[in-house]
Design a protein around this ligand. Structure first.
Ligand SMILES: Cc1ncc(COP(=O)(O)O)c(C=O)c1O
Length: 451
């Protein structure tokens, strides 16, 4: 099979990434000190994203609360920044909950949405007055049991699902239907000594604003039923899944998919890929969901909550790795092997559809890459399949051993969600470079000695 023609997928411009790319001594020094690969974290863009989201929400509803979904990145620096910015967090495990508490968050600034809730997690959540989002009847029972043992009421929201998008039910394994919750309501109200039902929660897969708007409208009706039967709902949480753009050119994005339709890359499909180019802006997306609904919130005295992960992390991270070898492989390809595992940049499904940036180790000028050269980037596992990208990368100059490759915008789900340390390679360190002159290791770091 002939190689796929190279089409660029250029990253949007991120000023701090540009300045690192133009100053090779800096990333080179960090890699020498902390090893390859290395995750670079910047909390300034994260803080700015919080401001922008809050501003957009303020234009649409009277009361809102943002909860940053920690699952998108394990670094503590973002949890601390969330706490300093006055927002809350969404946690999925006891470790995340403990990180939130250690960062100064308590009470309803913590939402617990974890898929599996251990008794330890439930107990700690009740002790901290956090909101537990229950998914099904058995979880009601577990929460009630722990509340009894602690003699302390648990704060509860229920995850609902079964909503439609353009007439089709959105498939999901999470949550219960509004009807099922109506059926369970008596049980919850009878146990109100142990659980206080404060909110309704949903998180939809995919990135449809209209589906979220429809789900929200259905949820208002559910709130009315619950409140008319003695409940007292004070918030609706619309989850996350807000858009961000990684790429600067829609034309490049379209050209990429055109080529991919002609000659499909294994495992890379439009339906499973994140839309790395997004024409929808965050304010536009929220407007589509919420326009005209202010009075619905007001009449019911409801707060709007949301829990984005990826979009709050936009432009807040990058991963760097050293090039180990550059050699000819079969099919006329040039195999560029890097000191990183594919799992350390791969998203939850598909692959990172943003071109890496080559940072040559020396400033000796290099002749441009031959027109038909085709660079294939691989990781360091001893598997033919430890690819970093299934597609050839259109580097303008040929990489050499010792160079650095920078993967832009990896903070949301790319750095940590699938990371592995097979072959005994340690996990990447996470370096906070808010001040690049005095970087510091993030507090979440798995110490290399522990492996
Ligand atoms: C329950 C829940 N809330 C929030 C999020 C965050 O979604 P995103 O990072 O797409 O904004 C997720 C992601 O899987 C989730 O499962």
């Amino acid at each position: 099979m002939s190689a796929l023609p190279e089409t660029p997928l250029s990253s949007i411009e991120i000023p701090w990434v540009e300045s690192i790319s133009q100053d090779p001594a800096r990333p080179d020094g960090w890699l020498r000190e902390f090893d390859s690969p290395l995750n670079l974290l910047q909390t300034e863009p994260f803080r700015e994203n919080i401001k922008q989201l809050s501003k957009a929400l303020s234009k649409l509803v009277d009361n809102h609360t943002i909860h940053y979904a920690i699952k998108a990145n394990k670094a503590t620096c973002f949890v601390e920044a969330a706490s300093e910015c006055g927002i809350g967090v969404d946690v999925a495990s006891l470790t995340e909950l403990q990180t939130a508490v250690a960062s100064g968050l308590t009470g309803s600034r913590i939402t617990v949405t974890g898929v599996v809730k251990s008794p330890d997690l439930i107990r700690t959540a009740i002790e901290e007055d956090a909101i537990l989002v229950a998914d099904h009847r058995e979880e009601f029972d577990l929460i009630i049991r722990e509340s009894r043992k602690l003699a302390k009421q648990a704060r509860l929201a229920v995850r609902v699902s079964g909503f439609s998008d353009h007439g089709k039910t959105i498939p999901t394994r999470f949550g219960m239907s509004p009807d099922e919750l109506r059926n369970q309501l008596r049980y919850l109200l009878e146990n109100s000594k142990h659980v206080r039902l404060e909110g309704i929660h949903f998180h939809l897969p995919g990135y449809s604003a209209t589906a979220r708007r429809e789900a929200l409208k259905e949820t208002f009706l559910l709130v009315d039923t619950i409140n008319s039967e003695g409940g007292s709902i004070r918030f609706i949480d619309i989850g996350g899944g807000f858009p961000m753009s990684y790429l600067k050119s829609e034309d490049e994005w379209n050209a990429f998919w055109e080529r991919n339709r002609e000659s499909p890359l294994p495992g890379v499909s439009e339906s499973t890929s994140y839309p790395y180019f997004n024409e929808t802006t965050l304010p536009g997306f929220l407007h589509e969901i919420l326009v005209g609904l202010r009075k619905e919130f007001r009449e019911r005295d409801l707060e709007l909550r949301c829990e984005p992960g990826r979009s709050l992390l936009a432009n807040s991270g990058a991963t760097i790795a050293r090039v180990a070898s550059v050699k000819p492989a079969t099919h006329g390809r040039t195999a560029v092997t890097c000191e990183i595992n594919g799992t350390q940049i791969r998203p939850r499904s598909g692959e990172l559809l943003v071109d890496p940036i080559l940072i040559p180790r020396d400033d000796v000028s290099r002749s441009p890459a031959l027109e038909d050269s085709s660079f294939h980037l691989f990781g360091r596992y001893c598997s033919e399949n430890d690819f970093l990208f299934r597609r050839p990368i259109p580097f303008k100059t040929p990489p050499r051993p010792g160079d650095i490759v920078l993967f832009p915008n990896t903070a949301g789900y790319h750095m940590h969600f699938l990371e592995t340390h097979g072959h005994g390679f340690p996990l990447a360190e996470n370096l906070v470079i808010d001040n690049p002159d005095s970087p510091s290791l993030d507090r979440s770091n798995t110490t290399k000695a522990s492996l």
